[in-house]
Design a protein around this ligand. Structure first.
Ligand SMILES: *Cc1c(COP(=O)(O)O)cnc(C)c1O
Length: 421
């Protein structure tokens, strides 16, 4: 039985997450804000502490032992990330602070130099602000034009409209892999070949896919991919950019400083080999090392297992929400087995504003997000100012979802009774 096997997965991993074992407002914590940031297993917390307690030194510099240990551990994460996403070379992995910085790197380095007036960039209306604002900067500076794919009626990527926007003017398609609000999956198997056919590059925002499903950049054939460590069980302050080697080679540096140079004189400098060309200054060493521990942790569980279990949870969440009156859900329904969309639900209710809902539910120890989730244009398109969002991870249980559903129902009933008085 799949259900029994994967219920074992959740109960097996919960002990690895110290933060989950606490009471909030007198109730056991139910953390359902995983799309904003994930919690960290002990292995990750220990990796960070062990680095500072045992190996702290700057990387790529000293001949001394500590520096060598720090450098080896720091560079080992690059190998782990390359293997995790099946990059063809470790040089294709560039450390950044987060996904936002990775997109800015591509926008400033490639966008500002490769694009000219009239070139077209295709984005979607559901992009996170991180994959919108940098391209607005590029458009303002270069005269490139932004074009937007709208979501369909059912809250999915509109492939037909996307095809109609493509032309030989299209130079870039920068698109979210899995939406952090609608939860829909972009049909990348169609989008990427179609973009390449007109000669456009493709950047994939994998923030909401990489923590939840296997990713293979060679199979995807995307030109760049970005992710944040903190959403995949790693620390804050570390993320990465994947880019095809020849493309990264062709791109000028983004930030200048130490670590990214080969030879420096007062007027001119030459730059380091990839990936160091894009890694100016002392990096987040301990955080990168701890991200390696996160990758090991996820790999040991198996991304296929995580995906299958989260699909079960998704089915349970949507079944429960469908039983509650007065809820509007955004994004597509999951299929019968819970797959086909992300393990999150953004919704509004007639009776209670999303912010009040999140605040009231917090009184039962349940953490959900409310607001625009950094997708304000999408919310404008949906004609709502805010949605509530419950987002799941592999350490969540069916029971936790039931507690959330009960708290939600109780809150709505309470408001209904107040309104009747
Ligand atoms: C979180 C998120 C980002 C931005 O990640 P940061 O860590 O804030 O840089 C971008 N896109 C999506 C889809 C996200 O969920």
């Amino acid at each position: 039985m799949v259900a029994t096997a994967s219920k074992t997965l959740a109960s097996q991993v919960r002990q690895d997450f110290p933060i989950l074992h606490q009471e909030v407002n007198g109730h056991p914590l139910v953390y359902l804000d995983n799309a904003a940031t994930s919690q960290k297993p002990t292995a990750v917390i220990n990796a960070l502490r062990d680095y500072y307690e045992g190996d702290n030194a700057n990387v790529h510099r000293g001949a001394h032992t500590l520096s060598n240990r720090a450098t080896d551990a720091y560079e080992a994460t690059r190998d782990k990330l390359a293997a995790f996403i099946n990059a063809s070379s470790r040089q294709e992995i560039v450390y950044t602070r987060n996904a936002s910085e990775a997109i800015n790197l591509v926008a400033y380095s490639w966008g500002m130099s490769a694009l000219t007036a009239g070139d077209e960039i295709i984005l979607s209306v559901m992009e996170h602000h991180s994959n919108l604002i940098p391209w607005q900067f590029v458009a303002q500076r270069t005269g490139a034009v932004l074009k937007f794919v709208e979501p369909t009626e059912t809250g999915e990527f509109n492939l037909k409209q996307f095809e109609s926007l493509l032309s030989d003017r299209t130079k870039l398609v920068s698109i979210v892999h899995v939406s952090n609000t609608l939860g829909c999956e972009t049909p990348v198997d169609k989008v990427i070949p179609l973009a390449h056919k007109v000669g456009a590059k493709v950047l994939l925002d994998a923030c909401q896919s990489i923590p939840h499903m296997p990713i293979d950049v060679q199979a995807l054939d995307c030109d760049w991919l970005v992710a944040s460590g903190h959403k995949m069980c790693g620390p804050t302050g570390i993320g990465f950019l994947y880019g095809k080697l020849d493309l990264l080679e062709s791109m000028p540096p983004f930030l200048g400083g130490g670590e990214m140079i080969a030879d420096v004189s007062l007027e001119h400098s030459t730059y380091a080999e990839l990936p160091h060309k894009f890694e100016a200054g002392t990096p987040a060493i301990g955080e990168a090392i701890a991200l390696g521990a996160a990758v090991d942790y996820l790999s040991n569980l198996g991304m296929d297992n995580i995906h299958a279990y989260e699909a079960e949870l998704t089915r349970h969440l949507f079944d429960g929400l469908s039983q509650i009156d007065g809820i509007t859900l955004y994004g597509p329904q999951p299929s019968a087995d819970g797959t086909g969309r992300a393990a999150l639900a953004a919704f509004t209710t007639e009776a209670v504003h999303a912010h009040d809902l999140a605040t009231l539910i917090d009184q039962s120890g349940i953490a959900i997000r409310s607001g625009h989730h950094c997708t304000q244009p999408l919310h404008k398109h949906l004609k709502v100012s805010a949605t509530a969002r419950a987002s799941l991870s592999f350490y969540n249980t069916h029971d936790e979802i039931d507690q959330f559903l009960t708290a939600l129902q109780d809150t709505l009933e309470f408001f209904a009774s107040v309104m009747d008085d």
